[in-house]
Design a protein. Structure first.
Length: 296
């Protein structure tokens, strides 16, 4: 028996946890028990499977020399105008050659649209016509008081919005953001496919600790039961935290490089490395594409 024993049956059943229960988990100093709850919830939803996505990046509209065996092409950067965003999209779409193309932060598109939802829907429509299939990032902390309405605008314009991210957030604010994401998923009738709850930019005045990060993963998995995937970014957080995150409830690793470096040898190729890390966390790797569908 331990301080969180009474929560184990709900975790094993995949039942969504309340904010009060999440507060208990975050306050608990017994990381083994905390991690056990996250692992139970992950296995309840996905069994032993942990997915990963290989992504080819197109930065600021400049296409690389090769895209490798990717399941997603992702356009990054902050365009200075709608025309620039469309031009970047056309170049990236030609490079993608039919592979799922995502791009931009939704917050940046809102800025280009002057925070007008009707203009945003028209911009999304133009980007869709240029080859974009979905926005790459839906930063929940940067979309104002009604993020669901912002997402509806791009959905109306023909773009998918699958992946919710967090740009800046102190540890104290993380449960509030998780609650907001859960509410978004309910309002949007389940369109969100993945949630990456760890901030992409760590506050310099109060950087998070590893304890903070793994507790955030557990809280996201337990509270956001309606979102299929809890995700960690491979390029930002690296193999060590990604592997630990799996043991605490994460079930998807994003942004694995799609290009193998031949001189490193096949054992150290990105695909081999991510699969080895997943197996080391006692899970079974499965590759997926940019639509979060398992690869054939």
């Amino acid at each position: 028996m331990h301080a969180l024993s009474d929560l184990e049956s709900n975790a094993a059943a995949g039942t969504a946890f309340s904010r009060a229960e999440a507060d208990r988990i975050v306050a608990c100093s017994d990381l083994v028990s905390v991690g056990g709850l996250g692992a139970m919830a992950r296995k309840a939803k996905h069994g032993a499977r942990v997915t990963y996505g290989r992504v080819a990046l197109v930065q600021n509209g400049v296409v690389p020399t090769e895209r490798g065996e990717c399941g997603e092409v992702r356009l990054t950067g902050t365009p200075d105008s709608p025309e620039t965003a469309i031009a970047w999209t056309r170049a990236a779409a030609a490079f993608a050659g039919g592979i799922e193309l995502t791009g931009f932060s939704l917050a940046d598109l809102v800025t280009l649209a002057g925070s007008d939802h009707l203009v945003l829907a028209e911009l999304a429509k133009a980007l869709s016509a240029s080859g974009l299939k979905g926005v790459a990032d839906v930063p929940v902390d940067q979309l104002g008081d009604d993020p669901a309405e912002v997402i509806r605008a791009v959905l109306h314009g023909g773009l998918a919005a699958r992946r919710v991210t967090v740009t800046h957030a102190s540890f104290a604010a993380r449960l509030d953001l998780i609650e907001r994401v859960v509410a978004m998923q309910h309002e949007l009738n389940g369109v969100l496919r993945a949630f990456a709850p760890l901030p992409r930019v760590d506050p310099t005045d109060a950087p998070s600790t590893g304890y903070d990060d793994v507790k955030t993963i557990v809280a996201a998995r337990l509270m956001a039961a309606s979102i299929p995937h809890i995700q960690v970014d491979w390029q930002i957080y690296g193999p060590k935290l990604a592997q630990v995150a799996i043991e605490y409830g994460a079930d998807d690793i994003d942004a694995v490089s799609a290009v193998d470096v031949e001189q490193m040898g096949v054992r150290r190729s990105p695909q081999q490395d991510i699969e080895r890390q997943i197996r080391s966390a006692f899970a079974e790797p499965a590759e997926r594409n940019g639509r979060y569908e398992l690869s054939a």
